[in-house]
Design a protein around this ligand. Structure first.
Ligand SMILES: [Zn+2]
Length: 283
């Protein structure tokens, strides 16, 4: 009878639960082979201490925008009102905006910090900076690839870049032709690989008359050889496309794999939700 079997099973489970509950904590004796193997263990190996919790307290998120045409068919493009709404939404969560140079130098505190960056050098960037970012006290860092600057209708020219630099925007490198600067390019076209790193640096420096030590990997793509070459060229940081925070404490920095999120129409809601969780203190 199924009902009888069920009744017996329930009774057995109840008895087992009672037995377990009656045993005092720690009363179970481990099998002899366990204690033997423990006895053979040499001096205890202590785990390395975890970083103190303070090292994770002061943190910032790097965000990356691209262009501001207001073309809904472009995943990385936003209208100026859309951009303004995003920035205001982050401010409403309690976030403040930190200059990239301050962030990478650890000159910030707390967990509610955002760093604004803009990649490529689109012609819509100056208006976005002047009418949306600067009025909110935000100076975005611009990562540009010099091949287009002043050479194509959709890009800024040198004068526009210098003007934004004079208004406090950090200008840095993003390749020369915006190629995939990976091991594949290093092996197939080494001259192009080097141009993406060395000529990008010298060209941006000649435009802004300032040392360029930051490099944002085009498409977020890089290889170990890219990092080695960036270091050799004199870049101090490689900005990737990776999730995560940067931390004010120096031990949490992986300089050539600095995390950053590209804002797209598809992922903005997710980025906002993540930053809302961070603002609420939940993990
Ligand atoms: Zn780019």
């Amino acid at each position: 009878m199924p009902s009888k079997i069920l009744a017996i099973a329930v009774a057995c489970l109840a008895a087992a639960a009672t037995l377990t509950a009656l045993q005092p904590p720690g009363s179970q004796v481990p099998p002899a082979e366990w204690t033997d193997s423990l006895a053979l263990t040499a001096a205890p190996v202590l785990p390395s201490p975890l970083p103190p919790v303070e090292d994770f307290r002061d943190r910032a998120v790097l965000l990356c925008w691209h262009s501001f045409l207001g073309d809904p068919s472009l995943p990385t493009d936003f209208s100026l009102p859309e951009l303004a709404a995003q920035l205001d939404a982050l401010k409403a969560l309690g976030y403040g905006f930190v200059d990239l140079a301050d962030a990478l130098s650890g000159r910030f505190a707390g967990r509610l910090n955002v760093v604004a960056t803009i990649d490529d050098g689109h012609r819509t960037v100056p208006q976005a900076v002047r009418t949306v970012f600067l009025p909110r006290g935000i100076r975005p860092a611009l990562f540009i690839y010099p091949a287009i600057i002043g050479n194509v209708p959709y890009a800024m020219d040198e004068a526009a870049l210098r003007s934004l630099a004079a208004e406090g925007c950090l200008i840095a490198a993003h390749g020369y032709h915006h190629l995939f600067v990976t091991d594949s390019l290093y092996k197939s076209e080494p001259a192009e690989f080097h141009k993406e790193i060395y000529k990008a640096k010298s060209r941006v420096e000649s435009i802004v008359s300032f040392p360029v030590v930051l490099y944002a990997y085009p498409y977020g793509a890089y290889s170990p050889v890219t990092i080695a070459e960036l270091s050799r060229a004199g870049y101090a940081y490689g900005i990737a496309v990776l999730p995560g925070f940067i931390y004010a404490s120096s031990i949490r920095k992986a300089n050539y794999e600095t995390p950053r999120l590209v804002v797209t129409r598809d992922n903005w809601a997710g980025i906002y939700a993540q930053l809302a969780r961070n603002a609420s203190g939940m993990p």
